[in-house]
Design a protein around this ligand. Structure first.
Ligand code: KG4
Ligand code: ZN
Length: 339
């Protein structure tokens, strides 16, 4: 079957999401974001697990209703097996297993990061998916990876962060600047009014294609501390410039490695996935690169498919369905799922 009807369920972190897709066409895409973590500076696992339990039935129900689909007509149920927060993953995994068992439908376990990478195949009005093989920079709150995507089911990691993820770097810097969690979008918004060259932070010196953001985090912390000793209102007075400079540093690190990876691999199709790929500073830098290198093609998913969503889980599920990549009822959630 070319266009299976798949229900996707995502609960790896702080978003409870469900989507119904027919092949690569989205029939519904429902998301319930947990704002309860905002004031805690990060996701509180126990609260996340509880909120998923409260929301999951309503979210799946809404996805089926919006798609005008009855559960009995689904071809398969795809769910995020990992990686992610265990207390969150078990909710989606257990729910998907129960649903598949009761409906006697195939069950498909999806790797969250691979789903981010395959989000480029979700149909949208612009629709220009990358051609294989493509180079994918996946930048989210938990991961930062450079991946060669040979085919939907064959992906090779060629670089990754050795400490914090890019989204984590944004969120930790944002916390120091006084923003609620997740702070990445706040930095992006305020950076547009600041000078990216106002402050310079130390750059990592990591060989090869791996990333590091922990030194940058320390450098930002020391800069803030040093200035606050003489001016307690330093952050408020320089907020726009600080945001612009932080964004400049993080996006420089990302684009430098992506350019290096392109040079080494010679791959001409380049895609960016994950929540950080929405960042306007990052998109501007890619835009400048694109002007200099017309032989390369660049691909961004729509913002709603960059951050966590269930359409990407159903999309990955659809590719796995074609290969009959089904799992049985012994499957368990895995916070560190192997590639
Ligand atoms: O992919 P995602 O929704 O979830 C994970 O799988 O982690 O990514 C969330 C991350 C958060 O760290 C958030 O701050 C960051 O993406 N993010 C951004 C922007 N929008 C979301 N970072 C920078 N600029 C943005 N506009
Ligand atoms: Zn994600």
């Amino acid at each position: 079957m070319n266009n299976p009807l798949i229900l996707g369920i995502e609960s790896s972190c702080d978003d409870t999401a469900a989507a119904v897709m027919q092949g690569n066409r989205v029939l519904s895409n429902v998301l319930s974001t947990q704002f309860i973590h905002e004031s805690y500076g990060g996701v509180v696992p126990e609260m996340a697990g509880r909120a998923h339990m409260e929301n999951i039935v309503a979210v799946v129900d809404e996805a089926l209703q919006k798609a005008n689909v009855e559960a009995k007509d689904l071809d398969a149920i795809a769910f995020t097996q990992g990686p992610g927060l265990m207390v969150s993953l078990v909710v989606g995994t257990s729910f998907a297993k129960g649903l598949a068992l009761s409906l006697n439908k195939p069950l498909i376990a999806v790797h969250h990061m691979k789903a981010h990478i395959l989000s480029h195949f979700i149909e949208d009005e612009r629709m220009s998916p990358p051609t294989f093989p493509y180079l994918c920079l996946t930048v989210s709150g938990g991961h930062t990876q450079l991946v060669i995507v040979h085919s939907p089911l064959s992906m090779e990691i060629i670089g990754k962060t050795i400490d914090d993820a890019a989204g984590e770097a944004f969120d930790k810097a944002a916390k120091m600047l006084g923003f609620p969690y997740p702070g990445g979008p706040h930095i992006d918004l305020n950076a547009s009014q600041g000078n990216p060259a106002a402050f310079s932070f130390s750059k990592p010196r990591i060989e090869g294609l791996d990333f590091s953001f922990s030194g940058l985090k320390t450098s930002i912390l020391y800069t803030l501390k040093k200035h606050q000793e003489t001016d307690p209102e330093f952050i408020q007075k320089n907020l726009f410039d600080l945001c612009a400079s932080v964004q400049e540093s993080i996006t420089d690190i990302l684009v430098d490695k992506l350019k290096k990876a392109q040079k080494i691999t010679g791959i001409q199709h380049i895609a960016l996935s994950g929540g950080v790929s929405i960042n306007s500073g990052l998109r501007n830098k890619i835009g400048l690169w694109e002007k200099d290198a017309p032989e390369l093609s660049f691909h961004f998913a729509l913002p709603k498919y960059c951050t966590d969503n269930a359409a990407m889980i159903a999309m990955a599920g659809s590719f796995l369905y074609q290969e009959k990549h089904f799992t049985d009822q012994s499957v368990a959630a895995a916070s560190r799922l192997s590639w």
